[in-house]
Design a protein around this ligand. Sequence first.
Ligand SMILES: *Cc1c(COP(=O)(O)O)cnc(C)c1O
Length: 392
Amino acid sequence: MSFDLAARLAARRAENLYRQRPLLESPQGPQVVVDGQPLLAFCNNDYLGLANHPQVIEAWRAGAERWGVGGGASHLVIGHSGPHHALEEALADLTGRPRALLFTTGYMANLGAVTALVGQGDTVLEDRLNHASLLDAGLLSGARFNRYLHNDAASLATRLEKATGNTLVVTDGVFSMDGDIADLPALAREAKAKGAWLMVDDAHGFGPLGANGGGIVEHFGMSMEDVPVLVGTLGKAFGTAGAFVAGSEELIESLIQFARPYIYTTSQPPALACATLKSLELLRSEHWRREHLQTLIRQFRQGAEQIGLELMDSFTPIQPILIGDAARAVRLSQMLRERGLMVTAIRPPTVPAGSARLRVTLTAAHSEAQVQLLLGGLADCFGQLGAEPSHA
Ligand SMILES: *Cc1c(COP(=O)(O)O)cnc(C)c1O
């Protein structure tokens, strides 16, 4: 017997699901060079345009001078340094919570939080469109795992009836492939009524949402009692890397004791925390970034509706165009690319079968003229695509 990888890869190709990595040959931003080609891109998650900001770069450089480059050890050994600690305090302040705990990636924050809080005999209930890291965390925890209908508090309620042990309800704040936001008030009401805890992963909400960039919890004006476990990631609107969990003193101390992806990994480079401290300051104070983003979102939605594109129910920077068939989505993405525009096609299994889409993301670094170029390209390519036979 051997692993028949060749057959698996061939099947993946045949289904139009084969993945390739575009090679980025420039810093992140609206104008990039990919595989040797200059492109106007609408696919990163750098929503506030901070990933290549001169002040953030300078903070990183100064941090490396002062603290060196490597974390050197795990947090519990000797890797928890001054900048990590200062960043945790700043994140606690941003979220209005007593404590925040810094993780090396969002994937690890989610694995760590869920597996530390529930295990055998407990229950974890998740939105069926949750990010893969949350679904993996639920499965890994060993708790009874069940998915409720997307953003449907009634569907959650029926599952809560059957829940046993400690029960954790887990949802994305902003759904990463759809751009819609969780109905947190309704989900929190159901969870509280049954003594369950609500955990929100607001990877795409911090920065764009909330008057001060505090994300979906700030947007809805909700308390720590409503949302005891709040996760944010730093690789999206913060423009750097890493993640955090914010909550009570007891929650954070429990994660330090029991969250294996926190304990058994090297801390992130301290200079990275220095960079994030600077981007956090810009995220909170430069309101024009959120306002400009909202202008672009309105402009894009109006223009796309005129073209007859099928948009999703989103007021966030994630503005997917629903295509359906994976081959047609890939074809449209290719046609745009031939015109110098880069928008990624998202296919199953990242999204449900039959719901392939172009995931347009807008950022504060884009201009209205650039959004107009995208709309012009979409109008031409979508018209042409309509006339082509489907390959599926
Ligand atoms: C990107 C993302 C993550 C993972 O965060 P990383 O820091 O990139 O590992 C987790 N949850 C959601 C909803 C995300 O979009």
